[in-house]
Design a protein around this ligand. Sequence first.
Ligand code: FAD
Length: 606
Amino acid sequence: MPRIHFDTHSYTWIIEPDCKNEMSSPIVDEGVYDYIICGGGTSGCVLAGCLAEDPSLRILVLEAGPDNADLENVHMAGGWSALLDHPETDWNILTTPQPGLNDRQVKCSRGRFLGGSSGLNGTLCIPGTKQDYDDWGLEGWGGEDMFGWMRKAESFHPKPQFQTSASAHGTSGALHTEPHDLAPISELVKKSFISKGLEYYPDMFSRGDVPHGCSDVMRTVHQGVRSTAADFITKGYHRERITIKTGVIVDRAVLEKDSESGELVAIGAVTVSKDGEAREYRARKEVIVSGGAYCSPGILMRSGIGGKEELEKLGIECQIDLPGVGKNLQDHVLCFLFYDVLTPNLTNDHLVYPVGAAESTYALYKEKKTGVLSTFPFGVFAYARLGSRLQDSKLWTSAPHAPGRDPMGLTPSQPNIEFANTELYGGPKQFNEFPTEGKSAFAMCVVLMNQQSRGSVRLKSRDPRSMPVVDHAYLKEELDAEVLAEGCRFADEIVREGEGTRDVVGGVWGEDKARGGGFGDLKTREEWKAWVRENATTCYHAGGTCAMGPPDSPSAVLDARLRVRGVRNLRVADVSVVPSINNGHTQMVAYGIGEGAAEIIKADGK
Ligand SMILES: Cc1cc2nc3c(=O)[nH]c(=O)nc-3n(C[C@H](O)[C@H](O)[C@H](O)COP(=O)(O)OP(=O)(O)OC[C@H]3O[C@@H](n4cnc5c(N)ncnc54)[C@H](O)[C@@H]3O)c2cc1C
């Protein structure tokens, strides 16, 4: 009989099918593999490719979505937003109503195809600072280690017009990166950053050593084609010893009790197809869960690993009581501030929105792999420390803080906020007030670093085809809203008063706060805070839900070798493993974790 209960988080009745009735009992597949990787996303593909360097190993990658080879909008980076919302290519995660965002629900997209989110992300390489990783306090995962793993994944291609830091880049990985050619508006934004005290440092984001300044950001694009994690196991890196199965959803890891030690051991994985056919695969060595921050906790929970009470409510027998599974969910919150641009052709709007423009731009891409569609339309970036601007904030000055840290837990070497400009009107789908002929607009984006709020991922039902219940608790902590509001206030000053932009910007683009407008008259931080709660959205940087931690930490799911506590031969490798997300963007972290996990697994395998 199906079980019915009321979910107090999502305020809906949940009808839970009896899985045994809904899905066939698992058929044990012919194949036995050394390593089974559950999730062929960013970290999962990197890990598979690195493990396969050993010709004696047989590796299985299980991916819920399709292969990415024929998905044009994966390879054409400017087509990224066309992949969002489609059930075939996007997990379409919708958060619960967020009290900190005036009860709005936020769409948190995730790549659902081989390569995962690396195939629809913004291609931006901003690894954060080394201190971010030192703060984890975990052996083997400090700043030097992580920057080393990220470099190992990369093949950097310089361009003569950009000054770069060659030593900060790798040259022999499968991930191809290069600098981005700036649109005229971005050159002006750069001038405004500099005139407002954010000095230009060449390639500072690749080194992660400047917390207050501006620079160019390298992209995971080369010669007009997006480089994704799938490239680690396809194209030139295709190997017979890696078996890739797409269109299969991992239900759970198969656990067995070792008859001698009594220890739980992972021996395989069970998948289901869309129509409920179940299959079981066996692992000689290990099962590694790489479903990403929203899906890895679910795979563990369906395997009986998670908070006992929570599992029992779902009718799952608890094998290991690990209440940290699905907790500690983090992200970076982001605000878009849109401005009307008076001078024609400074932005790239004229190449996209007038009648016939999109067709010509697409034809250019098809023919030469250049133009607006060959790249992600963000321009120049900056980091800022905000301590001096927050001296009149009672919340900031009275907040407790550790020695050498500010109230957000950051040292002077880490930024409080990130700024970036878009090179045309656009962004996630809610930004749909497109410019008409002759009009143009761009956004200044403001991203909060080291948010203090923590959310959770829970299971809605035992059915692996159902979506998780995601509560990001965005801006739950008042200090998060305070710092983000100050960041937006600073961003607005940069655009309206900065030397590059003050004479070309007409005013705010639109009145709808949720669509990046309606901030023209705001002055005080309190007014900005109210605006932020109406406007803030995700930066798509979910992490932390299967966190590593020291043995005495009750919330840690993994040890520092990515092993699930209490189970042999079961690890997690993706952005869910981070105790705290970096003060940057998370794709390079996923690449670094894939590389680091492979080294650890190879070493332990010996
Ligand atoms: C729209 C968007 C824009 C972004 N922009 C940037 C950016 O510009 N720069 C940056 O640094 N970061 C960016 N990010 C974040 C970055 O891409 C991710 O943090 C990173 O790719 C996550 O890697 P992962 O391995 O943890 O998860 P993913 O890459 O998401 O991989 C998880 C994989 O597991 C699969 N999977 C999940 N559950 C199952 C299951 N049960 N069975 C089988 N398969 C399963 C998924 O389909 C997916 O392929 C962006 C993300 C998004 C969504």
